[in-house]
Design a protein around this ligand. Sequence first.
Ligand code: GLU
Length: 552
Amino acid sequence: MDSFKQMAELLFAHIDKTPDDYEALYPPRNLEEGAVVTRFAPSPTGFLHFGGLFAAFTEKTAAKTTNGIFYLRIEDTDKKREVENGVSLIVKGLNDFGIEIDEGMMSETEEKGAYGPYMQSRRTPIYQAYVKSLVEQGLAYPCFMSEDELSAIRAEQESKKVLPGVYGEYAKYRDITVEEAKKRIDAGEEYVVRLKSPGKEGGRVKFKDVIKGEIEMPENILDVVLLKKDGTPTYHFAHAVDDHLMRTTHVIRGDEWISSVPIHLQLFRLLGFKPPKYAHISPIMKEENGGKRKLSKRKDPEAAVSYYSEAGYPKGAIWEYLMTLANSTYEDWRLANKDADIDDFKFSLSKMSKAGALFDLVKLTDVSKNYISTLNAEEVYELVTEWAQDNNERLYNLLSDDEEYAKAIFAIERGNAKPRKDIGAWSDVEDYISYFYDELWTRERDFADNLSKEDMIEIIETYKDVYDENASAEEWFPALREMAVDLGYAKAPKEYRKNPDAYKGHVGDVAGVIRAAVTGRRNTPDLYEIMQVLGAEEVNKRFDEAADILRQ
Ligand code: GLU
């Protein structure tokens, strides 16, 4: 047995599977030509921020639009960052925004798919089999350097102003013999396993990032740690093994990982793996004081995705918005294809912004208003109720107590050619529908101030007789106009403007008084539809009440 083989046996006598066994266990996927396999690979911190959501959305979309696979892998090699239910919280976070996981972890204990385990802490023997094979080839070695020794070289490197880390002359155990390793192990010394990096100072590595284009960087010369003292892998090593064995075609992730690519490419090469394509997403930006900065977990409440579920942005709207951030051509496509399914859009990874997409809450709300305006009353009812159940108990009770009434409210000016766009998120609903519910309405009236109280009272009292619950949508306004003319108002604003002295006002002013009497507001959706939903008894009650208020 050669000495590298002996070393491998010394370190990994308990490992009997070989890389070939795992190759056979996880064969290349049988997918159609061009299908993309992507993954979302968070630590189980339970926390999903907007940047993570955007990355997961991009990964999911890249897979979905090519009939590929999007899977969730949990990177729990750093136990310090773990929180209870961290996996479930991430799964829920993704589901809340409609990002379905095709494969991978589904909760702390469940997973689906044939390429697992999808939790790194359950893959230790797999990583060790690959490290064993590297040791056998003389490409990795045990390193017994103590914390003190490491600090000492760090200090030396700092004072010499050279690259910090274990490499070249600093790699003390690079050529350790089997005998010495055995002696130290027998003496109970701890060790890590390091890569014997073949990188040369001054060497360069080039790769083509799908989003950022051609990138050139110094090649890796560090003997990076592959296995930690406890035998678990480092992030870099686990990435190479997992993304290979899980047959990932595209590693899509935040661009803070670009600097690791030279290590990753070197690992793929030494392990004999075909490297995946890399697509590094630029961070989401925010405009501030005329400049731009990264969306910040610390400063921006909208950086946490809980912000969107609490405000009640429907997931369909968030998808629309994420797509506008992902591909700037999406907005025009949406304008030209109003009713098309979002999946029909030809998403392109390479068209993603290199500079970082600009986040804008006002824009998101506009996108959401548009989206909500395309839903029917039934859908709005379902989604608002679902949201209110967790976020607004009073609203939830009102909506579920009388489903038909609530649906009739949501049907107002919906389903027509130009639906109204009053609702941007479900948290707008309580105010939007408040005057339909005694529990929500103060019964205050916001009358315009261009008519005298006497004139307004006259309008309300007269209209009480004109108002006919059974009048059709076509009949009601002409009746109101006729009354307005009889009371001395112009039949149209144009007429009034031509000769203002001849009139008390115009028909719009009259309708405004009725609107405020019935709803309390100056601005509402179609008044006729509102009165139909409220019913004659309530409408008449409101006329009397409004006249009383004006008399006070
Ligand atoms: N676990 C890494 C993270 O927390 C994943 C990086 C990658 O996607 O390669 O972001």
